[in-house]
Design a protein around this ligand. Structure first.
Ligand code: ADP
Length: 297
């Protein structure tokens, strides 16, 4: 086993700040030297990130990654320093959405340099795969290890926000994120308006409650169709299930995003919609919807 220096309880826990009561400085009774050093490294990284927000959904294909990318870029456009972490180990779509399919990761001294997309720091398991077609078969503990490495060994630097795009459902990845980060500001839950999606929203809210992660709000995506010619929004699905469940379960409803062909187009061309079509009514709507997150202090 590698030996690590023992901690001096009166010394600052890490080089990040001068707090002497930080948990990073307190060695746990059953912790080995290596585990203690590992936890200190993780906590000192997280200490430099002011707000941590995870984006969840009950089902795939509801636009969770689209919301994560646009939330991160909109926060950055409003002047924040932002990182985007994609922990969807089985279907990472962030590299495609941000035009990073051919990005080569760099780094030095055991640190991984995140990709930089016009100032947005991005890490995705997709950036580590030799080919987009590669499938990963990983069990829970390995996934947890990979996510820990993304948080601990990536040179995130000082950030105002990290937005974490988690795979659909309530499985290993969102659980690992919540357990590793510990103090998340909260979760944004993305759904579609149909009633069939409702049960999954309830599960996501219950998951957050069990882990004591605040629910920052529910976003109903694909609610109506935004006509590219006249801008009128035509409703497609009848029920506003996301909104009524948010109300029923006492969590904020952040708002609805329509189906907008320009969102799909921006996404396929590797550009964030809120930047590419910043002047469009749907982009203005997105900026309004994320206001409560931008306003986190
Ligand atoms: P998820 O992460 O929930 O699996 P994605 O964000 O990958 O879903 O979105 C799936 C597809 O739907 C993507 O091609 C994306 O561009 C498209 N999409 C998502 N939201 C919208 C929307 N509001 N309007 C048009 N296309 C959308």
């Amino acid at each position: 086993m590698t030996s690590h220096p023992k901690s001096d309880p009166s010394a600052p826990a890490c080089r990040t700040c001068s707090k002497t009561d930080c948990s990073a400085g307190q060695r746990r009774s059953n912790e080995s030297d290596a585990d203690f050093a590992d936890r200190q490294k993780l906590e000192s990284r997280l200490c430099r990130i002011r707000h941590k927000v995870v984006v969840l959904s009950g089902k795939g294909g509801v636009g969770k990654s689209t919301v994560a990318v646009n939330l991160a870029v909109a926060l950055m456009m409003s002047g924040s320093r932002v990182g985007l972490l994609d922990v969807d180990i089985h279907g990472p779509s962030i590299p495609t959405m941000l035009g990073l399919e051919h990005h080569t990761l760099g780094g030095s001294d055991g640190e991984i340099a995140p990709a930089d997309v016009d100032g947005l720091k991005v890490i995705s398991i997709g950036l580590f795969l030799p080919s987009q077609d590669d499938a990963i078969i990983w069990r829970g503990p390995l996934k947890m290890g990979a996510i820990k490495q993304f948080l601990k060994d990536v040179a995130w630097g000082d950030l105002d926000f990290i937005v974490i795009d988690s795979p659909p459902g309530t499985g290993d990845e969102p659980l690992s994120v919540c357990q590793l980060i510990g103090r998340l500001d909260g979760a944004v839950i993305v759904t579609t308006p149909q009633r069939v999606a409702a049960v999954d929203v309830r599960k996501s809210i219950t998951f957050c409650r069990q882990l004591q992660v605040p629910v920052l709000g529910v976003i109903e995506n694909m609610n109506g169709f935004a006509c590219p010619k006249c801008g009128e929004i035509t409703s497609i699905f009848r029920s506003g299930a996301g909104k009524s469940i948010a109300n029923d379960m006492g969590v904020p409803f952040l708002g609805s995003i329509p189906l907008d062909p320009q969102i799909g187009e921006a996404c396929d061309s590797g550009q964030a919609f809120v930047r590419r079509y910043a002047a469009s009514p749907t982009a203005a709507l997105m900026r309004t919807i994320i206001q409560p997150i931008a306003a986190l202090t």
